[in-house]
Design a protein around this ligand. Structure first.
Ligand SMILES: Cc1ncc(COP(=O)(O)O)c(C=O)c1O
Length: 463
């Protein structure tokens, strides 16, 4: 196995950091100015998790490219961490949204006909018969867990270790060797001891699932069908079938969150594998990046919901902007024109080309890394085999890694180097991941550019 030393990583990182600063004088200046009135110099704190010490300031984004205010054009493989999966400024989505806003009104707290089309289409793709529209996937997951608790009369929910479902306190915990704690750094946790709200076991562990659900005190299992937030973790054969059987056996609802994994195809993993969740969530890109999320329910839950008195209570569910006409128009356009079979098959073919390219680099340089793909999402990580669960992904990774990955921030020096090296060569990768999303207008040249840059970096690292 090739040895990559911390010293070599830091040496190149140092050089690249200087190059980043030299390349972005206007972004630096803008960041200093922004810091006077924006918390941390950004409109949203997450924008500080990019490498380089300050983020690039965007001039415009179109298709799968971003232009910054220093005049550089980037291949955008982050795509807003999936929010931009439809490509930026897609003409048909922009037309639908602007037509709605300009001619028909942005938000009225009344339904429009588009919502009927959207609900029928969501049913056709994902199987659930009834839908609500919310603003974000976090929102939809929070609402879903409330519904699940009320429906079942149970308080606990179960999530898998290493999971992320947005700003949902019940899932913002981590199981460290059997101890459940709030995720380190969690802002204002509702309870100091998350085991009051949550059970957390490992993905793919059917025995642990049976044991956790058998006391019949869990309202809902919330899961991605393929985990994506600590690298891609695929379900082992039989896992989804067992998950469905065991949840049904103990009266626990099953919530599938496809917010990332819909990159698998137009019907998501749920449609592709014929999964049968009771509740379903998808967000981020579903209206082309305009804030919107879809929350699907089974017939049984919907009948219970609509029989509640008063069923349409606004206490604890949704918000005044949820289901607004503009979001619904955006969803219709995204589903109709962009999230199509044809686009997905092209994106997936290109993602395979990327996966093969990265696999070749790993093999030729004997790196002891792996590359994994789900649909148009490709990610490589610094361990020899894909992990089976969150614990392996989170904690065992360090054992295999020749470079100390635990840095001061969320990324260690090797991750930081990969991101800054790419940024200096006009490629944006999703922060905190070595994750690349292939958008609808990507070309073979775009893919080869990325693979070549990773190859160039690896050659520098191992030489
Ligand atoms: C699987 C999954 N669900 C939900 C969310 C929350 O999405 P948002 O931040 O748009 O609310 C995320 C965010 O990364 C996610 O990865």
């Amino acid at each position: 196995m090739a040895r990559i030393t911390v010293e070599r990583v830091k040496e190149i990182l140092d050089r690249e950091q200087k190059a980043y600063e030299e390349k972005h004088p206007k972004s630096r200046e803008m960041f200093d100015k922004a810091s006077q009135n924006l918390v941390g110099g950004v409109p949203m704190s997450w924008m500080r998790i990019w490498v380089g010490g300050f983020p690039i300031f965007v001039d415009k984004a179109q298709g799968i490219y971003i232009w910054d205010i220093d005049g550089h054009k980037y291949l955008d493989l982050c795509l807003g961490d999936t929010g931009g999966l439809c490509g930026h400024a897609n003409q048909q989505i922009v037309d639908a949204i602007t037509d709605q806003m300009r001619n028909r009104g942005t938000t009225t707290m009344l339904p429009t006909e588009d919502s009927i089309w959207v609900a029928e289409e969501l049913k056709r793709r994902f199987g659930l018969p009834y839908w609500q529209i919310l603003m974000t996937a976090s929102d939809a997951n929070r609402m879903a867990l409330k519904v699940a608790r009320e429906f079942t009369g149970r308080r606990l929910i179960l999530a898998f270790n290493g999971t992320y479902h947005g700003t949902v306190d019940e899932t913002l915990c981590v199981n460290i060797l059997g101890n459940l704690i709030n995720i380190p750094g969690l802002m204002g946790p509702i309870v100091p001891d998350p085991s009051i709200m949550t059970k957390m076991i490992e993905f793919n562990d059917i025995d642990a699932l049976e044991e956790a659900l058998s006391p019949q005190d869990v309202a809902c299992v919330i899961t991605e069908p393929v985990m994506t937030n600590v690298g891609i973790i695929k379900p082992q054969p039989g896992f989804h079938q067992a998950l469905r059987e065991i949840t049904r056996k103990y009266g626990t609802l099953l919530l599938i969150d496809e917010t990332h994994s819909m990159c698998a195809g137009p019907r998501g993993v749920t449609g592709e594998m014929g999964l049968e969740p009771d509740i379903f969530v998808v967000g981020k890109f579903i209206a082309g990046g305009y804030p919107a999320a879809a929350l699907g329910f089974s017939r049984e839950i919907t009948e219970w919901f609509t029989n509640r008195k008063p069923w349409h209570t606004f206490f604890g569910f949704g918000g005044t902007l949820s289901g607004n006409a503009t979001a619904v128009a955006g969803m219709k356009a995204a589903l109709q024109h962009v999230l199509t079979e044809e686009n997905f098959s092209r994106m997936i073919e290109l993602a395979k080309r990327m996966e093969e390219g990265i696999a070749r680099i790993i093999k030729e340089n004997e790196l002891g890394w792996y590359v994994e793909r789900i649909g148009c999402r490709v990610e490589f990580r610094f361990m020899p085999e894909p992990p089976k669960n969150g614990a392996e992904a989170l904690f065992h990774m360090v054992d295999y890694n020749p470079v100390d990955l635990i840095g001061e921030g969320l990324t260690g020096p090797l991750e930081e180097l990969i991101h800054i090296y790419c940024a200096n060569r006009n490629i944006l990768l999703t922060p905190v991941h070595e994750m690349a999303l292939v958008g609808p207008t990507a070309t073979e040249e775009d893919i080869d550019h990325y693979v070549n840059v990773i190859g160039e970096l690896v050659r520098e690292l191992v030489s």
